[in-house]
Design a protein around this ligand. Structure first.
Ligand code: TMP
Ligand code: MG
Length: 191
């Protein structure tokens, strides 16, 4: 059986309501069953459901480290010595995440990132400092899982996120109060 080498980069990508965080939790759990040391981190901007945990839309949770800046991860690695690092909402860190991920991989640490691949306008999601986008992380990945949601208008695969009411803000934390998954046909770019 072929295996990934140590220092794997695995990306979970897709629109909102596709089960990205659920998948991150599934992958995390299976490393725990294998008695591996794993940690989950997420950016502090996303406080929708919980302040100390990652949470799915249906509120399944796991303990996580909440970081204001991706560079804080260096200290967490020093104290926790994980074999696997799971990053939720990777798009909400700065582009420094790209270097931090490279550094972890060089240490042989496996990195799993869950991210929103595009904005409600259909652009590659920019990192918070706007110096790069998640597209750069996607091309670095050894393995990409692309998830889709279900379009509430026609029941086909929803690969896009539609903003129900325009706010003018590209970064606009929220859930079903602001966003819906949509198929390409029923989606229109809106910020
Ligand atoms: P989710 O992928 O875990 O559902 O979370 C996506 C987060 O991103 C959520 O807080 C809404 C936010 N978001 C934006 O800030 N801008 C966007 O264009 C979109 C589609 C989502
Ligand atoms: Mg999520």
């Amino acid at each position: 059986m072929q295996q990934y080498s140590k220092g794997l980069l695995w990306v979970i990508s897709g629109p909102m309501f596709a089960g990205k965080t659920s998948e991150l939790i599934r992958l995390y759990d299976r490393t725990i069953y294998a008695n591996q040391k794993s940690i989950i981190i997420k950016p502090s901007i996303d406080n929708r459901y919980s302040n100390e945990e990652v949470a799915t839309h249906d509120n399944r949770t796991r303990k996580s480290f909440i970081l204001n800046d991706i560079e804080e991860l260096t200290n967490v690695i020093a104290t926790e010595s994980p074999e696997n690092v799971f990053i939720d909402e990777a798009q909400f860190f700065s582009s420094k995440l790209l270097n931090v991920v490279d550094d972890l991989r060089k240490l042989g640490i496996n990195v799993y990132c869950s991210l929103l691949n595009q904005t409600s306008e259909g652009k590659a999601f920019p990192f918070m400092d706007r110096k790069d986008t998640v597209a750069t992380l996607l091309v670095k990945a050894d393995h990409i899982e692309t998830f889709s949601a279900v379009c509430p208008l026609c029941g086909k695969h929803a690969t896009k996120t539609f903003k129900t009411e325009s706010s003018g803000q590209e970064v606009d934390v929220g859930g079903s109060n602001k966003y819906e998954p949509r198929c390409y046909e029923h989606w229109e770019p809106k910020k």
